[in-house]
Design a protein around this ligand. Structure first.
Ligand code: 5AD
Ligand code: SF4
Length: 458
């Protein structure tokens, strides 16, 4: 049975930490980055100011991840170091949230008793309340088994002034055997379209030009909603509504699931002027044998069909994917199948991961079939080498073309350059003379490395 969730407004207590500083350290995915922005927004509402680094902060929130690597060891190492940080100033507060906190609440508490607040993924908006309680009563843990409130229009302190995440759905109803997400983020729950559109509108009023819709499985958005007697306000309808938001310039979304891609969604991406021509289609493996063991719900052939449909439907589409190397039982032949799809797909970029057994997942039990580390490393290097060349060639297609660039920030390497993205999502650098953050400018692409483009104003 699905949990019924009321969209609740966060309790915004009277600001009580005026002038104190905070720092949020984030591990993991975009969902975590977005949660961190929401935490930062709640801290700022409470009167706190963002610190330059954790060394000079009074309140530290560690947002943990458990999707890959043995995050546990890393986490407890980090928390060990943070004991010293806390001892340097007795008034300091250490807060731990995110997926590892959700999964291992007792362990965090017992291995790092100096943590003031352990908070799960389902009750983030209660953070200030818990911080207050920990000051009155000592360390506190609040990890709920079920979602308490959906993301709201609670204040968010965004990393970028012009590009913002917008959560449309939380959790996941799939059961990929390698994945910890369903057990830490719960079942799939969609936010109501009107709430999403209202949030987008208020983001635009505060200067946002581009939104990225976030969910574990965005193209199944809405299958749990019943609005006005209709049972399925499809993702496509949501895109259409958002496309009408005045002064919003661009809409991106991530991540869709290949099995749930419909032609109508691809057509909407092509036809709606603000939706960018970019599709992330996580393949994970090209081998049917491995895909079955992963419980992905598609075959290599079906995947390639959908990929071709995306290429045929969306003009100049930019395609990206995720690959897991070394899933239990993966043979050289299975890996060859993955490389076949990589060659055939000609993706703009591939996010590559080495299989990492997550405790509690089915695949973690396939211990007798684990692929040895050296083999995983060799396959990973091969994939990386082949894809780097493909990415480089793919990016060169932009040289000499005119594009619109949304300028987002100063380049990390040099203040003489600014960085943004063109429609397809490709990172693009431009001289900082004559452009400023938030500009939406016409540029010509002049150079391509395997990972980024350079442009000049036209
Ligand atoms: N091991 C390696 N990679 C994983 N991913 C998810 N779980 C695991 C795991 N146990 C990857 C998948 C997913 C991306 C977000 O992280 O490729 O699409
Ligand atoms: Fe994990 Fe699969 Fe759900 Fe993605 S679709 S979050 S990989 S279970």
């Amino acid at each position: 049975m699905k949990t019924t969730v009321e969209l609740s407004k966060p309790v915004l207590a009277v600001p009580s930490r005026q002038g104190l500083t905070y720092y949020v350290k984030t591990f993991g995915c975009q969902m975590n980055e977005h949660d961190s922005e929401r935490i930062a927004g709640l801290f700022e509402h409470d009167g706190m100011i963002k610190a330059e680094s954790l060394d000079v902060s009074d309140v530290l929130f560690v947002n943990t991840c458990t999707i890959r690597e043995n995050a546990d060891d890393k986490l407890y190492g980090t928390l060990g170091h943070l004991k010293k940080w806390k001892e340097e100033k007795t008034s300091r507060k250490l807060l731990v949230g995110g997926c590892a906190a959700q999964k291992d609440k007792e362990l965090v508490r017992s291995r790092a008793p100096w943590v003031d607040v352990v908070i799960g993924t389902h009750n983030l908006t209660n953070i200030i309340n818990l911080l207050n309680q920990s000051e009155d009563w000592g360390p506190i843990t609040e990890v709920l088994e079920e979602i308490e409130s959906l993301p709201t229009d609670a204040p968010s302190a965004r990393e970028s002034e012009v590009s913002a995440w917008l959560t449309i759905q939380i959790g996941c109803d799939n059961s990929c055997t390698f994945c910890i997400v369903p057990s830490v983020r719960g079942p799939e729950i969609s936010r109501r379209p009107s709430d999403i559109v209202n949030e987008a509108t208020s983001m635009v009023e505060s200067g946002v030009k581009e939104i990225t819709l976030l969910g574990q499985n965005v193209n199944s958005y809405g299958r749990d909603l019943k609005i006005d007697g209709r049972s399925k306000p499809y993702f496509t309808e949501l895109l259409t509504k958002l496309n009408d938001v005045e002064n919003l310039q661009r809409i991106r979304f991530t991540s869709p699931h290949p099995k749930d891609f419909k032609l109508v969604t691809l057509e909407a991406v092509q036809n709606l002027s603000k939706v960018t021509n970019q599709i992330h289609m996580p393949l994970q493996s090209g081998s049917n044998n491995i895909l079955r063991k992963m419980q992905r719900g598609y075959t290599q052939e079906k995947y390639l069909e959908k990929l071709q449909l995306a290429k045929d439907t969306i003009k100049n589409v930019s395609l990206t994917t995720d690959i897991i190397v070394g899933f239990p039982g993966e043979t050289d032949d299975d890996f060859k199948e993955t490389m076949y799809v990589i060659e055939k797909g000609q993706f703009d970029a591939v996010y590559m991961f080495k299989f990492s057994p997550r405790p509690g997942t089915k695949a973690a039990d396939y211990e007798d079939q684990f692929v040895i580390k050296e083999q995983i490393d060799t396959r990973f290097m091969e994939l990386k080498k082949v894809q780097t060349d493909i990415s480089h060639v793919r990016l060169q297609r932009f040289i000499g073309t005119k594009q619109s660039l949304l300028v987002e920030k100063y380049s990390k390497k040099s203040k003489e350059f600014m960085t943004g993205k063109i429609d397809g999502g490709q990172t693009t650098h431009i001289s900082a003379n004559n452009v400023k953050i938030g500009d939406f400018v016409d540029v010509e692409i002049t150079e391509a490395t395997p990972f980024a483009l350079k442009a000049i104003l036209v």
